[in-house]
Structure formats: C-alpha cells, structure tokens
Design a protein around this ligand. Structure first.
Ligand code: HEM
Length: 402
C-alpha cells in the first residue's frame, strides 16, 4: 500500500515535467480504483474501467450530481453558468448542446472551416517563420491559433474585440475542473458570466445583421430570439472546451518532436503519416489527462463501494498506457494502429469538436515542421509549468531558433 501512496503523491504533487509512467503503472496494477483523500474522489486507471465509465449509466457527467457541487452564487451566474447545454443529463435536454454544436459545425462545412484554419495558422506561422533567438511557441503560436479560430468561427470581429474575447475565454476555461478552490470557482464564474454577456451582445447584433459565422447560423436555425440565451450557452461551452485542449495537444506534440529528432525527421520525410503520428502522440500524452464522472447512485467497482455523488476521476493518461491494450505502451510508435484512443472521450459526450481539432492539429503541425530550423532546440529547463503532477501543464515552450 505504501508504494501506491507514494505513486499517487507523485502523480498529484510531483514535478509536472517528470515521467509518470511508473507511478501510473503502480496504481493500475495494485489499486486500479483508488480513493484519494485530497481529491475526495476515486482515481481510476485501467483502460477497460475508464472506457466503460465514460458511458456507464451508474455515473453521470453532470457536475450538479457531485456532492461538492457549488451552485453559482450570483443570479447572473445561475442564469449563465448554472445551466449545462453539454454535460447536462436532465431529461429532454441532454443532447441540446450537441445538436446545436453539430448543426453549427456541419452548416459551417468542412471547406469553410478548412480555409479559416489555414488562414489563421498561416497568419501566426508567418509571424515566427524567420525568427531568430528564443521563441515561446505557446504564446506566439499554440495558444493564439485555436483561440483565434474559435473566435472567428463564432463571429467575433477581428481586432481589439478578438483580443478581449481571448482574454475572457482564457479566464472562463478554468471552470471545467471539478477540483477548484471556492475562490477560484467564483473568479471563474465571474469570467464565464462576462464571456456569456459579451457573446449575448454579439448575438443581438447578429439577429439584426446576420453574417457568415456560427452565431448567425445558429440564430437562423433556431426558434428565434427566445433561444438566444441557449445559443450563447452553447457557444460559451464550445469556446471553453475548444481552445485550451488544442493548445495542450500542440504543445505535447512539439515537445515530443523536439526531444526526438528521429520522429521529427520521419514526419518531415513522410508527411502522409501525420494523422497516425498525431493519434499516437495523443495516446502517449493525453491533452486532457483526466475527465470527471459522478456516481449517479451507490455501486460497486472492483470491490470498492462508490457512493452516490462521489467524484470518479478517469485517468485517460493511465488508460492509454495500459499494457493490456497497448503493446509496449510507454514507447511512441508511429506505426501503431490508430485505435482505442480515449483522448476525445467515449459515448454520449464524445468530443463534438474532434474533427475541428484534427483539422487544426494537422495544419498547425505541418506549418511548424515547415518553419522550425533544423537545429531548433527546446529549452526544457526554462519551460514554465502551471500546476503540479499530472494536472500540471506547459505554459511556455521556449524554443531556440538560432
Ligand atoms: C485536441 C483537442 C481536444 C481534445 C483532446 C478534446 C477532448 C474532449 C474530451 C475527452 C471530451 C469528453 C468529455 C466527457 O466525456 O466528459 C470532450 C468533449 C467535448 N469537446 Fe472536446 N476536445 C478537443 C477539442 C475540442 C474542440 C476544438 C471543440 C469545439 C470547438 C471541443 C468541444 C467539446 C464539447 C462541446 C464537448 C462536450 C460534449 C458533450 O458533453 O456532449 N473539443 N472533448
């Protein structure tokens, strides 16, 4: 048991840049469903359990089912943040957000999204193409590209509005975590309200003056102004889930390729394997390392008594390194069959933006491979990490272009 306690301490509190494969293996083998007091929740690490729990009717994704759920404190918070167009499992509403988002994505059409993504990637790639010295690839590329794509897609006007929108979205995005302190939760609530109201203002303009964007499309396809608030919630949901996840996938892939010149060379020589390579890098380093589920009732899991309302933290990262499913799981293998990926979830809440994410990642990585000088070097010891352990993430990616 001591070994498991040490492993979980490494996973939750350890150096975020450290290799966690060994600690995850200890949990997966010895305590695959482990109660973790600081999380007040169960940490689940085996592939089969994580896959099944994504769509197990004994659990729900709705954060309101969590014993520790705190309702928004203000009336505006309750109006905008207390309703869940995506994770909600309220009868009759469970698929509303999905239907609207899917409608938005398909009405926009792949060709339109492709040209938007290419335009934004080119804009940011051109700005660093001939850079010399140290470039922070998060600030100058990985972060602004997906945020700009999602804001232009939505219909935010380019220029100062775009920057303000990105800032609000960045603050609002932290609300996705089930383990926030009350203080952080309130700050996130304020940012989510501000973002919702900014989008509502924009939506009102689009009612009067429709354009070629997602907001106008959703308004045109809806039952009119009565549905405006719901449209705003859906768009806020997309903004909050769409940008940060893609940033993480990009930074993980860049880190891998700069640490492994052999893999980078292979991708340059064989650009046709890009999608398989992205798939494998996303298996090896899951952009969202964990996803939350909450027990909808008491039930038993691998001999443990899970109580209604308790948190189950599904470790996508540990599941995607499970040797019972992946041969030699701690090795990056671009020839591996692209199957059993859990990085986009499973079942009813499978990522609605997965196609857009693949499109952006493909375009971003091709641009980066084309512009990085051959001897570009990642200054690994100068990376700034936010958070501890597996919940930590890269905030800066300083790359020496000289
Ligand atoms: C590499 C990038 C991305 C990753 C790794 C990712 C990952 C995920 C995962 C794991 C889920 C499942 C959540 C759950 O089961 O509780 C999810 C759901 C979702 N994702 Fe993504 N995502 C990415 C990009 C995007 C983008 C670009 C968008 C939209 C613009 C998006 C929008 C959503 C939405 C709205 C949901 C909720 C679906 C629902 O509850 O029905 N994601 N994503």
């Amino acid at each position: 048991m001591r070994e498991v306690e040490e492993a979980i301490a490494t996973l939750l509190l350890g150096d975020p840049s450290a290799d966690t494969a060994a600690a995850m293996a200890v949990c997966r083998e010895q305590e695959p469903v482990l109660w973790v007091p600081p999380l007040e929740g169960w940490y689940v690490t085996r592939f089969d359990d994580v896959r099944d729990l994504f769509s197990d009717p004994r659990t729900t994704a709705d954060p309101r089912a969590h014993l520790a759920y705190e309702a928004p404190v203000t009336e505006r918070g309750r109006h905008w943040v207390g309703a869940f167009p995506f994770l909600s499992e309220d009868p009759g509403t469970e698929a509303r957000g999905r239907v609207m988002a899917t409608r938005g994505l398909s009405r926009q059409g792949t060709t339109r999204l492709e040209s938007l993504v290419t335009e934004v990637v080119d804009e940011y790639a051109d700005a660093i193409r001939d850079a010399s010295g140290v470039v922070d690839l998060v600030a100058q590329f990985a972060a602004p590209v997906p945020a700009t794509v999602v804001s232009r897609w939505t219909g935010v006007p380019q220029g100062s509005d775009e920057a303000q929108f990105r800032e609000l979205a960045h603050k609002a995005v932290r609300g996705a975590s089930p383990v926030l302190t009350p203080k952080k939760r309130r700050k996130t609530e304020m940012a989510q309200v501000a973002l919702s109201e900014a989008i509502l203002e924009l939506a009102r303009k689009r009612v009067a003056d429709p354009r070629d964007d997602l907001l106008s499309d959703l308004i045109a396809a809806s039952g009119g102004e009565d549905e405006l608030d719901e449209i705003v919630r859906v768009v806020v949901g997309l903004v909050c889930t769409g940008a940060e996840t893609t940033v993480r996938a990009t930074t993980n892939s860049v880190r891998i390729l700069l640490a492994r010149p052999d893999l980078r060379k292979r991708l340059v020589d064989e650009p046709g394997i890009m999608m398989r390579a992205l798939h494998e890098m996303m298996r090896y380093e899951a952009p969202l390392t964990h996803m939350a589920r909450f027990a909808a009732r008491d039930f038993e899991l691998r001999g443990k008594r899970v109580r209604k309302g308790q948190l189950l933290l599904l470790s996508i990262q540990a599941a995607q390194r499970d040797p019972s499913v992946f041969t030699d799981p701690d090795t990056i293998d671009f020839d591996r069959e692209p199957e059993n990926l859990l990085a986009f979830g499973r079942g009813a809440h499978y990522c609605v933006g997965a196609n857009l994410a693949w499109l952006q990642l493909d375009c971003m990585m091709r641009a980066l491979l084309g512009l990085l000088p051959e001897n570009a070097r990642l200054l690994e010891d100068q990376i700034w990490w936010g958070g501890r352990g597996v919940l930590g993430r890269v905030k800066t990616l300083p790359v020496d272009f000289s």
